[in-house]
Every structure is written in structure tokens, then in C-alpha cells.
Design a protein around this ligand. Structure first.
Ligand SMILES: Nc1ncnc2c1ncn2[C@@H]1O[C@H](COP(=O)(O)OP(=O)(O)OP(=O)(O)O)[C@@H](O)[C@H]1O
Ligand SMILES: [Mg+2]
Length: 396
């Protein structure tokens, strides 16, 4: 099965270098490979020392590189989106007066990059697609978008276009509300469908996984742990952790020796917390990683991971178990703290909020009329107990 691997981590830790080394290693094993930069501040051109431009650039027989320009994708592939937004928001005087050619919604642009990657994946040209992402915060915002937007769309536009066609003249006369045109609803439905397919692809544990890149320093270790928890919350499969810039063991210089001790402490912590996930250590090289030769040394390191391109670990993020009064929902959330967690149950939705990250989990039908009796965190797993009304005969 063709693969998508997403690289994420804090700014400057080596995401692009590690992603590029994966791409080079993959192409050298004669697998048709695409390396995509989804970070607006592209630097793949610097790494390969070529001018890439906004189209797919061939680097070698098996290796292509692409630096995505989300603005260009937006106009090229989804020209109707602008009109749709105007139709949806502008008609009823919702105060959107300056919606013009350059309209933008925060984070929305990046979504087009993901949709574009899905389109490329669907062409079946590439065996391996590697995505070099922007630093953590932005990537998390990006990865939660497909699910979030699809959910909003379902909430706000639940009526199908056929009903719109019938209701539209009536609503205009009776309620002075102009419903979106059928054409707009068509576009909304297409986007909605694409978002669902995108989610399905990114969360398919056999196709897509996320690889974390970090450096053994306190702030970065903390952020890596948080990042991992949020990725679990959104059901992404993290399958390898790369600890980059590890100082060599034999070091004489007292300044570097001191740093070596600091690093050792955090490497140990990372090994303890990511006990179930493969870890690859990458040495701190005496030079920047620029050009194919430098990348080749990095390839040698990452190739220490057996079967580099396969999915390394498949976790089941959400699981329902039965107990005498109902069901227990089990969600793996490493490093979660009770005090950061808020849970809200509303009809068929379960809203989980951890600090400022939110996820809405649609519950199965049988839990429609249930209520939460208890929540527990044990061994990094959140257990939510639902008591179900006795007479209910619904099935999942
Ligand atoms: N192991 C290493 N040894 C020496 N230099 C390294 C190593 N890893 C990365 N670098 C250098 O560190 C700098 C940052 O690396 P890179 O661009 O891969 O990080 P990034 O996480 O993609 O950064 P950004 O968040 O800005 O996109 C580059 O100059 C790169 O050559
Ligand atoms: Mg980068």
C-alpha cells in the first residue's frame, strides 16, 4: 500500500532534513517518491540546492519534490470556494463586507494543501509521499482542520440541496432569510465530501503515520510530549520519534561535555516516555545538512530503523468496552493531566477539551440517551463511563 508520512516537531529541530533524508533513502531503493513541503517557509530548495518553484520538480528518476503554494492551489482547484463563502455568509448581512478576491480564513489556506496532497495520493503515482510540515502549533491546527470543518459543516448545513430548492422561495418571503443557492450547496457538499475523504486517508493507520522530530532539551521534550498527546487525541498514528543533534559520546571539550550530560538526561526521559515507539538517534554533525552528500549520512542513520517506510506501531485510539451499567469509552491520551481535561457530553457528541485543544467525538447511537457517571485516567488512558437507559435497544 502506498504510504504518507508526516514530519512534525518544534521549529528548527530538523524536520525538513529528516523528511528529505527519508525521501532520498526511498528514492534510492527505487520507490517512486514525492517530498512535499507544506510549510509556507519552504527550504527544500536549500537542502537539495536547486530552485524548486511551484510545480513538481524532478530531482532524480525516482524522486520528485514539491513546495506547495496554498494560495495558488486555492484558485487553481477550488475557484468556486470564494463565491460559496460569499453566498453562505454575505447574503444575510452577517457583517462580512470586505470579502473579496483575497478573502482568507485563518488556517483555511493550509487545508487546500492537504486536499492537494490527497489528490496527488489518489493518482497512485507515488509509493511514498513525505510531508515536511511547519512547526508544531501550525501543524496541529492543520491536522485537526479536516475533522473540525467537516463537523461544523454537518452542524450548520444539515439540509440537503433538494430541500433548499423547495424552501428557498418560501424562506425569502416568509422569514426574510435568503438561503444559499443550490449551486452553493453543491459546492458545500463537494467540499464536505472531500474533507471526509481526507480525514479517512490521514487517519488510516495502514497508509498514514506521523513521525516526531525533536532535540534532547527540556522545552523541546515537553513540547514533543504535548504534541504526541494532541496527535493521539485527533487519532493520528505516531510511529517513530527522531532525536536529532545528539552529541557524540567521546567528547573532551568541557563545554560540550556539559551539554552531553544535559542531553543524556533528556534522551533517557524520551526513551522512558516513548517506550512503545521506535526511537532513532541522529548525531550532531559538524556541518549543516545541505546537499545530497550530507543527506546521505543522515540516510545511513535513519536506515538503522528496520523497514523504514512501514507503519511501525498501530494503536487503537478509541475503544468501547461493556460494563454492567453501560459502556466504557477508552481513549489513549499519553501525558494527560486530570486538571487540564474538560469533558462535555451533549446528545450524540462528546466534547473533549485539553487546554485549548478540542475534539468532538460523535458517539454511537446506543449512547444517545446515556449519561457520564465517571471518568478516570490510568496508565495514560482516559476511561469514560456511560450509563445507558435500561430500555434502549439501539445497536451501534
Ligand atoms: N543532525 C544535525 N547536525 C547538524 N546540523 C543539523 C542537524 N539537523 C539539522 N541541522 C541543521 O539545522 C538547521 C535546521 O534544520 P531543518 O531546516 O531541517 O529544521 P526544521 O525543523 O525543518 O526547521 P523549520 O522549523 O525552520 O522548518 C539546518 O541548517 C540543518 O542543516
Ligand atoms: Mg523545515
Amino acid at each position: 500500500m502506498n504510504r504518507i508520512i508526516i514530519f512534525t516537531g518544534k521549529g528548527g529541530v530538523g524536520k525538513s532534513s529528516v523528511a528529505a533524508a527519508h525521501a532520498l533513502a526511498s528514492s534510492k531503493s527505487s520507490k517512486k517518491t514525492l517530498l512535499v513541503s507544506a510549510d509556507a517557509a519552504h527550504n527544500l530548495g536549500d537542502i537539495f540546492q536547486i530552485d524548486i518553484g511551484s510545480r513538481v520538480k524532478k530531482i532524480s528518476e525516482y524522486l520528485d519534490v514539491l513546495e506547495l503554494d496554498s494560495d495558488a492551489i486555492k484558485t487553481e482547484f477550488f475557484p468556486k470556494v470564494k463565491n460559496t463563502m460569499i453566498d453562505l455568509m454575505g447574503k444575510n448581512g452577517l457583517g462580512i463586507t470586505n470579502l473579496n478576491e483575497n478573502f482568507s480564513l485563518p488556517g483555511f489556506e493550509n487545508l487546500f494543501s492537504l486536499l492537494k496532497i490527497k489528490e496527488i495520493y489518489d493518482t497512485n503515482i507515488y509509493e511514498n509521499i513525505f510531508i515536511d510540515c511547519a512547526p508544531t502549533g501550525e501543524t496541529l491546527a492543520l491536522l485537526k482542520l479536516p475533522e473540525l470543518l467537516a463537523w461544523y459543516m454537518e452542524k450548520f448545513f444539515p439540509i440537503g440541496k433538494k430541500i433548499i430548492r423547495i424552501l428557498s422561495p418560501i424562506s425569502k418571503l416568509a422569514y426574510k432569510v435568503v438561503l444559499p443557492s443550490t449551486q452553493t450547496m453543491d459546492t458545500v457538499e463537494i467540499i464536505h465530501q472531500k474533507l471526509l475523504e481526507l480525514q479517512e486517508l490521514l487517519k488510516n493507520n495502514e497508509i498514514c503515520s506521523v513521525r516526531l522530530v525533536c532535540i534532547p532539551e527540556k522545552m523541546i521534550v515537553e513540547e514533543t510530549k504535548r504534541n504526541f498527546m494532541y496527535l493521539n487525541l485527533y487519532k493520528y498514528q505516531v510511529d517513530t520519534v527522531f532525536i536529532n543533534r545528539v552529541i557524540a559520546d567521546k567528547i573532551e571539550n568541557p563545554f560540550m561535555k556539559n551539554w552531553k550530560n544535559i542531553q543524556s538526561k533528556y534522551i533517557q526521559e524520551l526513551e522512558e516516555v516513548f517506550i512503545n515507539i521506535p526511537i532513532v538517534k541522529i548525531p550532531w554533525y559538524p556541518k549543516e545538512i545541505i546537499g545530497e552528500k550530507a543527506l546521505e549520512s543522515l540516510c545511513d542513520n535513519i536506515e538503522s530503523l528496520p523497514d523504514l517506510f512501514s507503519v511501525k506501531k498501530i494503536t487503537q485510539n478509541e475503544e468501547y468496552l461493556t460494563y454492567k451499567d453501560g459502556y466504557i469509552l477508552k481513549i489513549e491520551l499519553p501525558f494527560i493531566k486530570q486538571e487540564d481535561l474538560k469533558i462535555n457530553h451533549h446528545e450524540t457528541d462528546l466534547n473533549i477539551k485539553i487546554n485549548n485543544m478540542k475534539r468532538c467525538i460523535p458517539l454511537p447511537n446506543i449512547l444517545r440517551k446515556s449519561h457520564i457517571t465517571d471518568t478516570k485516567i490510568e496508565n495514560n488512558i482516559l476511561f469514560i463511563y456511560f450509563q445507558v437507559e435500561k430500555k434502549k435497544e439501539d445497536t451501534f
